[in-house]
Design a protein around this ligand. Structure first.
Ligand SMILES: Cc1cc2nc3c(=O)[nH]c(=O)nc-3n(C[C@H](O)[C@H](O)[C@H](O)COP(=O)(O)OP(=O)(O)OC[C@H]3O[C@@H](n4cnc5c(N)ncnc54)[C@H](O)[C@@H]3O)c2cc1C
Length: 454
C-alpha cells in the first residue's frame, strides 16, 4: 500500500493522492443501490493526460485494479470500487479545449459536466444533444462510458452518435487516438464506437471530439391523458408511423404522475393511467403539435392539452425530469432500464403492471416512449426481507419480459454489476466469448474495472 501511494504520488500533484478512509469510502460507489462496492486503497485526481498515463503505468507494474470514475451518477454499479483498487477520478480533467463552429465539433476533457458543455455551445448557436436527466452533474466521460441516452434521443439519438474521436489511455499507459475530426471517415475498425458504452473496462477516456448540431428552437410540448397503456402505446405508434419526428416523447404512469405532484405541486392530472408528453422543436412546432393532438384523440386520449406558451411547456418537461427523485421518496427503489421495439411498448407496460400485481409491490414507470425505453421503478421497504426478495424477483421478471418482447436488458444505463448475469442471457455464448476476448486485447492483465460488464 505504501509502495502504491508513494509511486502514484511521484507523478501526481500535491493533494491528488487521497487515502483518508472517509474520502475513499465516499468514492466507493455510484448511485445504484444493491450493488456490492469494495474498499479502495486510494483515490487519485489527475489533472493532465500525462498524469493519467502515470497512474496506469504504476497500476500495471504493481498489478493493481483501477476503477475510472466520472460524477458517480451511474445506475448500474459500473463505477463501484473493488477491494484494494485505485479509484481514478477524472473530474479534474474538466476543460472544454475547443469549440469549432465550422466543423461543428467540440473537443473536451472527460470531466466536463454535460450541462456545462450544453450551455457553452448554446451561446454559439450550437447544441450538444445527448441530455440524460442527470445532465447537471454527470460528466462527458461517464456519458461515453455508459453510452448515455436522455430525453431527446427520439429525434437526436444517443451519445454514441456524437462521439467522433477519442484519446484513450490504455491499461499499460500507452495513449491511443481513435476516430476523426471530419464529418466522414471509415478508416479501419471503428474503435471509437467500441469505447462508447465500454464502462471503463477497455481504457480511460482523456479527450473526446464530439459532434455538435445547430441549436434548435425551444421545444413546445403537449400533454395527453390516456385511460390505458394500450391507448397511449397506440398513440406513440401512430405518431411515428405518420413520419412525425418529435424532439421528445415521454410517458409517465399514474404512480409517477402522483409522485411528481406530491414533490413539486405540479398539478398534473391524477385521473390519468398514462400521461404522454410530446414536444417539437422544428419551425412548424404548432402545426405538428396539432397533428399529434388529433392522433392522440383518435387513439383514445381523454384530454389533450397543448402548452399555451414556452413557460407552460418548460413546466411540463420539468415535471418529467422530476419523476425519478419523486419516486425515490416513496421508499427504496430499484430502477430498471429495459428497451423494447416501440411497437411493443404497450405490451411491456401491461406486463410490468402484471409483474407488480403478481409480487404485490408498487412499480412506477417512466418511459422514453419514442425509444421504447422504459424505466420501471420497483418501490419497496428494504427493511422488510420478504419485500426485498419480491423486489429482486420483479426486477428480474421485468428484464425477462423485455427480452421476450425482442428488447434489451439495458437501453442506456449499462450493465455494470447490476445486470452482469443478464448480459450472458441477452448476448448468447458466441457474442459473450468474443466480447471477453476483446477485453483481453485491450487489458490483458484484467486491471481495468474488473468484474464489470463482461
Ligand atoms: C437522477 C438521475 C437521472 C438519470 N438519467 C439518466 C438518463 O436520462 N439517461 C441515461 O443514460 N442515464 C441517466 N442516469 C444515469 C447516469 O447519470 C449516466 O449513466 C451517466 O452517463 C453517468 O455519468 P457519470 O459522470 O456520473 O459517470 P460514472 O457513474 O462515474 O461512471 C459511469 C461509467 O463510466 C466509466 N467512466 C467514467 N469516466 C470515464 C472515463 N473518463 N473513461 C472511461 N470510463 C469512464 C466508469 O468506470 C463507469 O463504468 C441518471 C442518473 C440519475 C442519478
Amino acid at each position: 500500500m505504501g509502495d502504491l501511494t508513494d509511486r502514484l504520488a511521484q507523478g501526481l500533484p500535491a493533494g491528488a493522492v487521497v487515502v483518508d478512509p472517509d474520502v475513499t469510502a465516499a468514492y466507493s460507489r455510484d448511485m445504484a443501490g444493491f450493488c456490492a462496492a469494495g474498499v479502495p486503497a486510494v483515490v487519485v485526481f489527475p489533472e493532465t493526460v500525462e498524469q493519467v498515463q502515470h497512474v496506469m503505468r504504476v497500476a500495471t507494474e504493481l498489478r493493481v485494479p483501477v476503477v475510472p470514475q466520472g460524477a458517480r451518477t451511474g445506475l448500474s454499479g459500473a463505477a463501484n470500487a473493488v477491494d484494494g483498487c485505485v479509484v481514478l477520478s477524472l473530474v479534474k480533467l474538466n476543460r472544454i479545449l475547443e469549440i469549432d463552429p465550422v466543423n461543428r465539433i467540440a473537443v473536451v476533457e472527460p470531466g466536463v459536466v454535460n450541462a456545462e458543455l450544453s450551455r457553452t455551445v448554446e451561446q454559439l448557436g450550437l447544441s450538444y444533444p445527448p441530455d440524460p436527466s442527470s445532465w447537471e452533474s454527470c460528466t462527458i466521460g461517464g456519458n461515453i462510458g455508459t453510452g448515455a441516452g436522455g430525453l431527446c434521443c427520439v429525434k437526436y439519438g444517443v451519445t454514441s452518435e456524437y462521439v467522433l474521436g477519442l484519446d484513450v489511455v490504455l491499461a499499460d499507459g500507452r495513449l491511443l487516438s481513435t476516430g476523426r475530426r471530419t464529418a466522414k471517415g471509415v478508416a479501419g475498425y471503428d474503435l471509437t464506437r467500441l469505447f462508447v458504452g465500454s464502462e471503463g473496462t477497455l481504457g480511460v477516456v482523456v479527450r473526446a471530439v464530439l459532434a455538435l448540431r445547430p441549436a434548435p428552437a425551444p421545444q413546445l410540448a403537449l400533454a395527453a391523458e390516456f385511460p390505458s397503456a394500450d391507448a397511449a402505446g397506440a398513440a406513440v405508434c401512430e405518431v411515428m408511423a405518420r413520419g412525425l419526428t418529435p424532439s421528445l416523447m415521454e410517458l409517465m404512469d399514474a404512480v409517477s404522475v402522483r409522485a411528481v405532484n406530491e414533490l413539486g405541486q405540479m398539478g398534473l392530472p391524477e385521473s390519468t393511467q398514462a400521461l404522454l408528453l410530446v414536444a417539437f422543436d422544428g419551425p412548424d412546432r404548432v402545426g405538428e403539435l396539432a397533428r399529434v393532438a388529433e392522433l392522440c384523440r383518435a387513439a383514445g386520449a381523454t384530454e389533450v392539452v397543448p402548452a399555451e406558451d414556452q413557460a407552460e411547456s418548460d413546466l411540463l418537461l420539468a415535471a418529467r425530469r422530476l419523476a425519478l427523485p419523486a419516486l425515490d421518496r416513496l421508499g427504496t427503489t430499484m430502477i430498471d432500464d429495459v428497451a423494447v421495439p416501440r411497437s411493443r411498448l404497450a405490451e411491456m407496460l401491461n406486463g410490468v403492471a402484471a409483474i407488480a400485481e403478481r409480487h404485490g409491490l408498487t412499480i412506477g414507470v417512466v418511459s422514453h416512449a419514442g425509444d421504447g425505453n422504459t424505466h420501471p421503478i420497483v418501490i419497496f421497504d428494504a427493511e422488510d426481507e420478504d419485500q426485498a426478495v419480491r423486489a429482486q424477483r420483479s426486477f428480474d421478471d421485468i428484464m425477462a419480459l423485455g427480452l421476450e418482447l425482442g428488447g434489451t436488458i439495458t437501453g442506456e444505463h449499462g450493465v455494470g454489476l447490476l445486470k452482469r448475469d443478464w448480459l450472458a442471457r441477452e448476448l448468447g455464448p458466441v457474442a459473450l466469448e468474443l466480447q471477453r476476448q476483446l477485453k483481453g486485447v485491450f487489458d490483458p492483465l484484467g486491471i481495468l474495472n474488473p468484474g464489470k460488464m463482461v
